[in-house]
Ligand binder design. Sequence first.
Ligand SMILES: Nc1nc2c(ncn2[C@@H]2O[C@H](COP(=O)(O)OP(=O)(O)OP(=O)(O)O)[C@@H](O)[C@H]2O)c(=O)[nH]1
Ligand SMILES: [Mg+2]
Length: 488
Amino acid sequence: MAVKLQRPILVGGVGLSFLLWILTSLQHTAGEFGQVALLTTILAGAGLWWFQSGSSQSPGELEFVPPASRETVEAAIAQTEAQLDHLAQLAADQGSQAIEPSLELWRGQTAQLKVNLDRTALRLGVMGSKAVGKSTVMQVLAADWIPKQELSLSLVEVPDSQPQLTTAIDVILFLTSGDITDSEFQALSKLVKYQGQRTLLAWNKLDQYLEGDQPIVLQHIRDTLKDVLQPDDVVSIAASPNPVKVRQHQTDGSVQEWMEAQAPEMTALTGRLTQVLTEEQQALIWSTTYREAIAQQKVIRTGLNQLWREQAMPVMEQYQWIAAAAAFANPVPALDVLATTAISSQMVIDLGAIYKQKFSLQQAQEVAKTLASQMLKLGLVELTTQTLTALLKSNTVTFVAGSAVQAISAAYLTRVAGLSLIEYFERQEIELQPGQGFSLDINALTQTLKAVFQQNQQTSALQSFAQQALNRLSPQLQPSQPPSNSPA
Ligand SMILES: Nc1nc2c(ncn2[C@@H]2O[C@H](COP(=O)(O)OP(=O)(O)OP(=O)(O)O)[C@@H](O)[C@H]2O)c(=O)[nH]1
Ligand SMILES: [Mg+2]
């Protein structure tokens, strides 16, 4: 039994037959409860090998915290490099050459992060809805203000359609042309609170309001944004004020009228910008590099997820057939769900291990129980059984009785549980060093479960799955052949 400690129920390939033997022999001796209890005890006993106490920890805050020091940024870059190394190792172990070009690219980009940390030039990005004056403001800044700055500065427009471009930008200049709209408020909040972007808001086209109203409007914008931006970071400007009509009464009694061009009014903005860029230069560069490192990690993560999925799918499929065999050998509907759960705790541990999510048996049981109860609550169990009953009725093979429906349902539900876990894990933070705490976002897991079930619910998909399961189970239906549990 020492061969494969991580998966005791599969040890030596005899685990399943052993399990089935236990289940069948129990059928004569014990009540329903006793069977489940014993099954759970067997699995729990086996589970002691990997039992480890995990400290519970509240789920991480979503809000971005700007780095306090250069060390924080360097740690984030080191973490990015560690992820890359892990990916490279995984690709080598799995012999996946398809990822090589991406790996090369990501290595280059990650090396660039260290260079970026030592830059001095700053990047200013202009954003805002249509026709608020972005181009005009950029022209005026480029002509009158940037040349006077001692800092090296670049100015870019960030299109609404590509907000991800803000990652590499140090300061965002967000423009409006009047009171803040709801969508502007949402966009600003996201930038500042979620992306941790240093942001100034400029209300442009000040000249369109009466002079007496201007301070009131500005105050109103500041009040609206009080939880997002400090008042100093909200200013008013007129990048291209409308010409003003001038009337002059002549000595001969006639009246002369003409339009007089107005100079841009930008001092509130340029004053604040100069201050922010000089006082916060270092922090701005740290922040941006930190965001870039985190964004790079997300990209590398897609590569990791791809390779991890290649490992996870066969593991999930193995459990799917174990669940089918167990449910088939022990065809009491209420029991099946529980038996499936007992088995899927081990699946949680095995899949978790692939995704660097460490679970104790107890925690895994909690996850499996949550999955099972959500499946019941969402009506997935009933729906699956009903659909499969209807599908199998039309099947010409007459021996596929109730137990086969239960077995295929168990397999299918285990598959849905496994795929949900895989998708859930793909979105979890990973810790390549050991010692991570346990946290389960039940809500996110349930949402994933619903989505995965919906994706896999089509009759055609279920039909081909049922057929596959029948092929799989049929050796066991014929007494002359021993049960098979080796993966396809
Ligand atoms: N009254 C007034 N009009 C302005 C001001 N600034 C810009 N405008 C006018 O607003 C209009 C739109 O300005 P743009 O600079 O093209 O705005 P934009 O945000 O670049 O527009 P898109 O690129 O189309 O989204 C132009 O007619 C400008 O002349 C201002 O301070 N006051
Ligand atoms: Mg424009």
